[in-house]
Design a protein around this ligand. Structure first.
Ligand code: FRU
Length: 609
């Protein structure tokens, strides 16, 4: 009996041993035979991709010079979305990820169209749980907002709620050139330290998600819930129509309204809804960019809109289409008065070519806007890289805070960055000032920027007869700083200073006191050859005062000059191959005195994650 038992136990052990050996061998050989990615060619430059395992990302190799290939995402034989990606054919510039979280690889197939069998991408497409966005490209700004990776244009839907500033933006998560428009999302408590959030609104059957705005529906006029954040955006399909989405969790997620689109038009360019609450008429007002005019609509519930009026014919600059409007009532400095300001972005037709922001000052009665100076064109910024400017809705303390996309459609897709493209300007507080009876915009760097100063130089004071050199701006050489300078002229005709580096790359900033102007010359600023439209000198008209004051914000790839307490601003991109760490002050036709020059290193407290 015992012997039998032992024998059967022995058999059992031997049996189990062989079973384990067999299973180990079988599973490992199975694993070895299931490749992570299987490609099935259908012919006619069309292929299917099957995934062998669950991973967080499908990584796609991009070659920017190539045309877009169409990728359909198929779940259980149903079309579940798609994207256009410049899949690499001959060389790989960088990878973009498709997020697969929550999807079972067995039910998932990607259909790739318009991409030949010989393309290099077939050997490089990969599955991974990692996608590295910590890129340290030399032109990646330190304290200006940039997307985690991919392309960004206009700031969208900026809204403040319960202590948080929300920034949405035109975003392509599938490449660093324009396309696949989504609303990207970031949040901040202080307008400078931003935290990246998941994409807020993705394209759908009505089209890509173009620019628009958000409001806080404090009185639940739309019926989605009190204090819902309501986003109004353009659905860009074959036609441009206006759509709505709402968030009941403070902007974390958006639900698209089932009645979309809520507004359409026979006009092909019909976009970028900016919505404001007009207290005197107790109505919502939507301003839309329509060809070369702005159209005003009103509504009691954010869903049904009534046409009120159009503005634009014969007013301001018309070198291109009008885009991204904003309408704000601003105080006039030093008075109790206010005026309405209509911001109007224009592309092309800016003062130095391409994109720019113009504005009109006047009155608005809930129905139509009247420009008080119909014969004047007013520019908000005198650089080449200040576009799609809009303000935060519901900002605290009666503030009107604007930011712009720091680029220009002339070369936005060609600037020499890779894994990301484009940055926003620093935030600016807006008000009005009067000069010779005319109202103009005053743009002041938002006070939150003061907190970025981590180290300050001594306060210099010196006279300039011909030249005065500062050989090292700050230790550490990060190339991210703010310069505060106050100058008193004696009898100079030109007051200038060059920011330069040891490679001889320089930006020349100079007052011409005969013409009454301030210019920035970036023709020798570093990398300039990527576009014939990039090398440029931009010039702002100025009022020479006894004291000339400038605050200049320098980051890895931009310079923003705020003159005379924000009475003029100039924003330009620059791509120096080394930080500008030296200054040469010079004068022509006479001399001047720098009463004060101080340089502050600017750094962020947190990484934007
Ligand atoms: C302005 C703009 C908008 C449009 C968006 C598309 O830069 O052309 O008019 O909504 O970009 O990305």
């Amino acid at each position: 009996m015992n012997i039998e038992l032992n024998i059967s136990l022995l058999h059992d052990k031997i049996y189990r041993f062989y079973l384990i050996v067999f299973l180990t061998f079988f599973t490992s050989s199975c694993q070895a035979t299931i490749p992570p990615i299987t490609i099935k060619r259908l012919g006619g430059d069309q292929s299917l991709i099957y995934l062998g395992k669950d991973k967080r990302y499908l990584l796609l190799p991009v070659e920017e010079a190539m045309p877009e290939a169409r990728i359909d995402m198929i779940v259980n034989n149903q079309l579940a979305g798609g994207m256009n990606v410049r899949l690499a054919r001959e060389k790989i510039d960088y990878f973009v990820p498709i997020e697969l979280t929550g999807l079972n690889h067995k039910s998932l197939v990607f259909q790739m169209k318009h991409i030949p069998d010989s393309a290099i991408c077939w050997r490089a497409i990969d599955l991974s749980d990692e996608y590295d966005t910590s890129n340290n490209e030399k032109f990646r700004p330190v304290y200006h907002f940039t997307p985690p990776y991919g392309w960004m244009n206009d700031p969208n839907g900026m809204v403040y709620k319960d202590g948080t500033y929300h920034l949405f933006y035109q975003y392509n998560p599938y490449g660093s050139m324009w396309g696949n428009m989504h609303w990207g999302h970031a949040t901040s408590q202080d307008l400078t330290n931003w935290k990246h959030q998941p994409v807020a609104i993705a394209p759908d059957a009505l089209g890509a998600i173009f620019s628009g705005s958000c409001v806080v529906d404090k009185n639940n006029t739309a019926g989605f819930g009190k204090d819902a954040i309501v986003a109004l955006y353009t659905s860009a399909g074959d036609r441009q129509t206006q759509s709505l989405a709402y968030s009941l969790d403070n902007g974390k997620s958006f639900i698209k309204y089932e009645g979309n689109p809520i507004l359409s038009s026979p006009k092909p360019d019909f976009r970028d809804p900016k919505v404001i609450w007009h207290e005197p008429t107790k109505k919502w007002i939507m301003i839309l960019a329509v060809g070369q005019e702005m159209q005003f609509f009103s509504s009691g519930n954010l869903k049904e809109w009534v046409y009120e009026s159009s503005f634009g014919e014969g007013q301001g600059a018309h070198g291109g289409v009008w885009e991204c409007p904003d309408l704000i009532e601003l105080p006039i400095d030093g008075t109790d008065n206010k005026k309405w300001v209509l911001l109007c972005n224009l592309n092309p037709g800016g003062p130095f070519g391409g994109s720019a922001t113009q504005y009109f000052v006047g009155s608005f009665d809930g129905k139509s806007f009247i420009n008080q100076s119909p014969n004047l064109t007013k520019w908000m910024d005198w650089g080449k890289d200040h576009y799609a400017t809009v303000t935060w809705s519901n900002a605290p303390d009666n503030r009107y805070i604007a930011i712009a996309w720091m680029s220009n459609w002339q070369y936005a897709n060609d600037v020499p960055t890779k894994q990301f493209r484009s940055a926003n300007s620093v935030p600016r507080d807006l008000s009005l000032y009067v000069q010779d009876g005319e109202c103009y915009l005053k743009n002041q760097p938002s006070q939150e920027l003061l907190a970025l100063r981590t180290q300050s130089s001594e306060k210099y004071s010196f006279g300039v007869n011909r030249d005065y050199n500062i050989d090292s701006i700050l230790g550490g050489d990060t190339g991210t700083y703010e310069m505060e300078v106050t100058i008193k002229n004696k009898d100079a005709e030109f007051i200038g200073f060059k920011l330069f580096n040891t490679l001889g790359e320089e930006v020349d900033i100079y007052y011409n006191l005969i013409d009454k102007s301030l210019s920035m010359d970036r023709t020798k600023s570093g990398e300039v050859s990527f576009s014939k439209d990039f090398p440029a000198v931009t010039t702002a008209p100025i009022q020479p005062n006894a004291e000339m004051k400038l605050r200049i914000f320098v980051d890895k790839s931009s310079i923003e000059i705020f003159g005379d307490d924000g009475r003029f601003v100039m924003t330009n991109l620059v791509f120096p191959n080394q930080p500008y760490n030296r200054i040469n002050f010079y004068s022509k036709g006479g001399s001047y005195h720098v009463d004060s020059l101080q340089i502050h290193k600017l750094e962020l407290a947190n990484e934007p994650y």
